[in-house]
Design a protein around this ligand. Structure first.
Ligand code: ADP
Ligand code: MG
Length: 552
C-alpha cells in the first residue's frame, strides 16, 4: 500500500475551507492556539493511556510541543510527541467535523455577513491553519505503532493519504508533525518574536512545555507550563484568569464569572470555573455535554465526567482532584462515590457564586442571564434541591417592560395581593396583547411574561417563591378579586340583577356543548367579552402545545 489515496472532505469541511481560504480576515493568530491545543490534547491522551500501558511512553523524551520555523522552506512546523494518529484516524479526524458545535458554527458562518469575525471569536480547530497556509502536511505515528502516515492537502476539495518516507519515519518516532507551507502574506509567523508573542498571549497555560526551535540557536521553552488552578488566588490577576479562560475554553470573550478555590477536608481538589459572557452555538444541541475537564493530580482524565448538572452546561473550566485514583477508567467515573460528592459540592458552589454575582455585579450577571437564562431555568424543574435558589436567580420580562427578579416583583405587590402571576406564550409581543392580562392590568398588577420553551415545563408543576404561589392567568382559581381596581368605575356593579348571568351562561353552555368543561362568569375581563382558561388541575395549554409538537 505505497500508493497515494485521494479522499474528499466531508461537505461541511469543504464549505469551511472555502470560507477560510477566501477570507480577508486579519486576526489569523488563532491558528497557532488551535494547533498547540490539539498537540496538548494529544499529550494528555497519551499520558492517560500510559496509565494502563506504561510501555506506550517508553524511555523516550518527556511529553512536549515544539514549534519549528524554517525561513528557507517557508514552513512552520508544530510537532508533539503525544498519542499520534493511525491512517484511519487521519482520515476520520482531519476530513470531517465531529463536533456538533463546529457544524452549527459553519452554518452560522454561511448566514452571517460578518461571518469571518466569528472565526476569530470561536476558532475552528485544525482547519483554521488554512487561513495562513496554502498547503498542510501532517506526518503521524500512533504511540506503539510502527507505521507512519502522511496526510496532505491544499485546502480544495480533498486530501491525500500516503505512507511516510523513510526519512520522515525516522524523524517522527512518536506523535504528530504538522507542517504548514505558509502563504506569502503569513510569513510573519516565521519570526521567533511573533511566535513568542502569540504563545504568551494564548497558550501560556498549556501544561506541557512548548519549545521554540530557532534556526540559529538552542531550543528554549516559551510558556510557563504550570497549572494555573494550583496557584494561589492572591498571586493571580484578572488578566491571568482571562487568559486561562480563553485558553481552556478556546474562547475570545471575557469570562462573566470566575470561580477559583481549593476544597480541603475529606477530599481535596482545586476548582477553576468560568461562565462565558457569550452563547456558544450548540447550547441547545440535545447531545451537548458539559465541558468541565477532570484532572487527577495534574493529569487530564476526561471532559466527559458530567461534573455539573445539565442546567450548568455552559460553565467551563477544570476540577483537579488530589485523591481519585489515577487509573480510574472513564466508565468507573459514573458510579464513583467520591466524584458524586465532588459533583454535588461544586454545583452548590457554582449556584451560590451566581447568587453573589447577581448581588454584587449585576451587570456581569445580566450577561450570563441573557446568554444562559433559558438553560438555567431547566434547573427549576430538574433540581428540586436548588429550586428556590434558581427561582431567586431568575430574571423575568414582566409587564413593567423590564427584567425583574421575583423578589422585586413581590416587593411591588398591590394591596391584598398574595400570588405571583404569569402568562406563558411564544413571544413577549403576543403575550402583551393577551386578553387574559386585562384583569391584572386593571389592578396595576405586574405579570411575568414567559416566552422561552423551557417556561412551559417548569411552570407545569405548582411552585411558590417565598411563600407566594406562582399562578398562571390562564388557569382557574385566582385570588384577584380582593385586589382593588385602579379605576373605580371598572368595578363590577354588585347591585345588578344576577338573573341575567345565569341565563347567559346557560345559553353559552348549550351552544358549546362538549367542547368546554365549564362556563363561568368572571371578573377578570375589562374590554374583552370572553376568554378560554385551562382547568386549574390540568396541564397548561402551552405545555400541551409543546408536548404535542414534540410527539409529532
Ligand atoms: P477538536 O480539537 O475540537 O477535536 P480539531 O479540528 O482541532 O477539533 O481537531 C480534530 C481532531 O483531529 C482532534 O479531535 C484529534 O482527534 C485530531 N488531531 C488534531 N491534531 C492532532 C494531534 N496533534 N495529535 C493527535 N490528534 C490530533
Ligand atoms: Mg482542537
Amino acid at each position: 500500500d505505497t500508493a497515494v489515496h485521494t479522499q474528499p472532505f466531508q461537505a461541511e469541511v469543504s464549505e469551511l475551507l472555502h470560507l477560510m481560504v477566501h477570507s480577508v480576515y486579519s486576526e489569523t493568530d488563532i491558528f497557532l492556539r488551535e494547533l498547540i491545543s490539539n498537540a496538548s490534547d494529544a499529550c494528555d491522551k497519551l499520558r492517560y493511556e500510559a496509565i494502563a500501558s506504561p510501555a506506550l511512553l517508553g524511555e523516550g523524551d518527556a511529553l512536549k510541543i515544539r514549534i519549528i520555523p524554517n525561513k528557507t522552506a517557508k514552513t512552520l512546523t508544530i510537532a508533539d510527541n503525544g498519542i499520534g494518529m493511525e491512517r484511519q484516524e487521519l482520515i476520520d479526524h482531519l476530513g470531517t467535523i465531529a463536533r456538533s458545535g463546529t457544524k452549527a458554527f459553519v452554518s452560522k458562518l454561511k448566514e452571517a455577513k460578518d461571518g469571518l469575525g466569528l472565526i476569530g471569536q470561536f476558532g475552528v480547530g485544525f482547519y483554521s491553519a488554512f487561513m495562513v497556509a496554502d498547503k498542510i502536511v501532517v506526518i503521524s505515528r500512533r504511540a506503539g505503532e510502527s507505521d507512519v502516515w502522511t496526510w496532505s492537502s491544499q485546502g480544495g476539495s480533498g486530501f491525500e493519504i500516503a505512507r511516510a518516507s523513510d526519512e520522515e519515519a525516522a524523524r517522527v518516532t512518536r506523535g504528530t508533525e504538522i507542517v504548514l507551507h505558509l502563504k506569502d502574506d503569513a510569513k510573519k509567523y516565521l519570526e521567533t518574536y511573533e511566535i513568542e508573542r502569540i504563545v504568551t498571549a494564548y497558550s501560556d497555560n498549556i501544561l506541557f512545555p512548548i519549545e521554540l526551535v530557532p534556526e540559529d540557536g538552542e531550543p528554549r521553552q516559551i510558556n510557563s507550563a504550570s497549572a494555573l488552578w494550583q496557584r494561589s488566588k492572591s498571586e493571580l490577576t484578572a488578566d491571568d484568569y482571562k487568559k486561562a479562560y480563553q485558553q481552556i475554553a478556546s474562547a475570545f470573550d471575557d469570562p462573566a464569572m470566575t470561580l477559583h478555590y481549593r476544597a480541603e477536608g475529606r477530599y481535596s481538589y482545586a476548582v477553576l470555573l468560568f461562565a462565558p459572557s457569550t452563547k456558544p452555538f450548540d447550547l441547545f444541541e440535545p447531545n451537548r455535554k458539559g465541558r468541565v475537564k477532570l484532572y487527577v493530580r495534574r493529569v487530564f482524565i476526561t471532559d466527559d465526567a458530567d461534573l455539573l448538572p445539565g442546567y450548568l452546561r455552559f460553565i467551563r473550566g477544570v476540577v483537579d482532584s488530589e485523591d481519585l485514583p489515577l487509573n480510574i477508567s472513564r466508565e468507573m467515573l459514573q458510579n464513583n462515590p467520591q466524584l458524586a460528592q465532588i459533583r454535588k459540592a461544586v454545583a452548590t458552589r457554582v449556584v451560590s457564586e451566581l447568587e453573589s454575582l447577581a448581588e454584587k455585579d449585576p451587570e456581569n450577571f445580566a450577561k450570563i442571564w441573557d446568554a444562559f437564562g433559558a438553560v438555567l431555568k431547566e434547573g427549576i424543574y430538574e433540581d428540586f434541591e436548588r429550586r428556590e435558589k434558581l427561582l431567586a436567580l431568575s430574571r423575568f420580562t414582566t409587564t413593567s417592560g423590564e427584567k425583574r427578579s421575583l423578589k422585586q416583583v413581590i416587593g411591588d405587590f398591590k394591596p391584598n395581593q398574595t400570588e405571583i402571576y404569569y402568562l406563558v406564550g411564544d413571544s413577549i409581543e403576543r403575550l402583551k396583547s393577551n386578553p387574559r392580562l386585562e384583569a391584572a392590568t386593571a389592578r396595576g398588577i405586574e405579570v411575568l411574561l414567559l416566552s422561552d420553551p423551557v417556561d412551559a415545563f417548569w411552570t407545569s408543576m405548582p411552585s411558590e417563591f417565598e411563600g407566594k404561589p406562582l399562578k398562571s392567568l390562564s388557569q382557574g382559581d385566582l385570588n384577584l378579586d380582593l385586589i382593588p381596581r385602579i379605576d373605580e368605575k371598572d368595578e363590577p356593579k354588585k347591585d345588578e340583577p344576577a338573573a341575567d348571568e345565569a341565563t347567559t351562561i346557560a345559553v353559552i353552555k348549550a351552544a358549546l356543548g362538549e367542547r368546554v368543561s365549564d362556563v363561568k362568569a368572571s371578573t377578570r375581563l375589562t374590554s374583552s367579552a370572553s376568554c378560554l382558561v385551562a382547568d386549574s388541575q390540568g396541564p397548561s395549554r402551552e405545555l400541551e402545545r409543546i408536548l404535542s409538537q414534540q410527539n409529532r
